[in-house]
Design a binder for this molecule. Structure first.
Ligand code: SAH
Length: 224
């Protein structure tokens, strides 16, 4: 399912070329990303259009990059791992993301599920992300400027909630907005010692699982 219609980039450097993207996909595969649908979605999404032009030549390096206002676009490997974790083991059609940032993670998800709802607390970032979604013709990403810690009740239930900023605890509201066999994927912990966690719903309640070590910007309260 291909929904994005990326603009072609003709910067002449070759750093944003299909070959650069293919090298990134190979590196993700070599580092344990197995879901071919996820790899294919990441091949489709033009990451260089989600960052400042001055950084575009680094877009297909497997690294987080600054997007302004002290925030970052996540490292591609982390985006791939989180997307795999969201999709695994259940039917996943509707996802809530907390922390739109550049919009890149939302765009990758939008290639794979029916609808993505994404909340961002910094207005300037969510406006820039909205513009990108429009330019790239993503019609299945729905944005909101708000503190996302309490989720987005109006569109619940979601098959998955993905949090892309690290918190020390999560409000029970988030779990209540999930379907009974839904999943919550989120980085948990203090700067310097965060773990990517997944909670899966089931008859016995919400089961936690540690996926890997990560480094995310903090989940903060209020809006800017
Ligand atoms: N998913 C993003 C990652 C952005 S970094 C991407 O692909 O680029 C995390 C983002 O979470 C930042 O933009 C930050 O402003 C936002 N954030 C932090 N706390 C938040 C909150 N309580 N509600 C909504 N967004 C939040």
């Amino acid at each position: 399912m291909i929904r994005a219609r990326p603009r072609t980039n003709t910067d002449g450097l070759g750093m944003t070329s299909p070959r650069a993207r293919e090298r990134l996909i190979e590196s993700l595969r070599n580092n344990g990303i197995r879901n071919e649908r996820v790899l294919d979605a990441m091949r489709q999404v033009p990451r260089h259009l989600f960052i400042d032009e001055a950084l575009a030549s680094r877009a297909y390096e497997d690294t987080a990059l600054p997007i302004g206002r002290g925030q970052t676009i996540s490292q591609p490997w982390v985006v791939a791992r989180m997307t795999e974790a969201v999709l695994e083991g259940h039917t996943c059609r509707k996802v809530l993301e907390i922390g739109t940032g550049s919009g890149y993670q939302a765009a990758v998800l939008a290639q794979l599920v029916d609808d993505v709802y994404s909340v961002e607390r910094i207005d300037e970032l969510q406006r820039a992300a909205r513009r990108r979604f429009r330019q790239l013709a993503y019609r299945n990403i729905h944005c909101r400027h708000a503190d996302g810690q309490l989720g987005w009740e109006e569109n619940a239930p979601y098959d998955a909630v993905i949090v892309t900023a690290a918190g020390s605890a999560f409000d029970q509201q988030l779990l209540r907005q999930l379907t009974p066999d839904g999943v919550l994927v989120a980085p948990v912990g203090e700067p310097g010692s965060q773990q990517l966690m997944r909670w899966r719903g089931g008859e016995a309640g919400w089961k936690p699982e540690v996926l890997c070590q990560v480094a995310f910007v903090p989940l903060l309260s209020g809006t800017l």
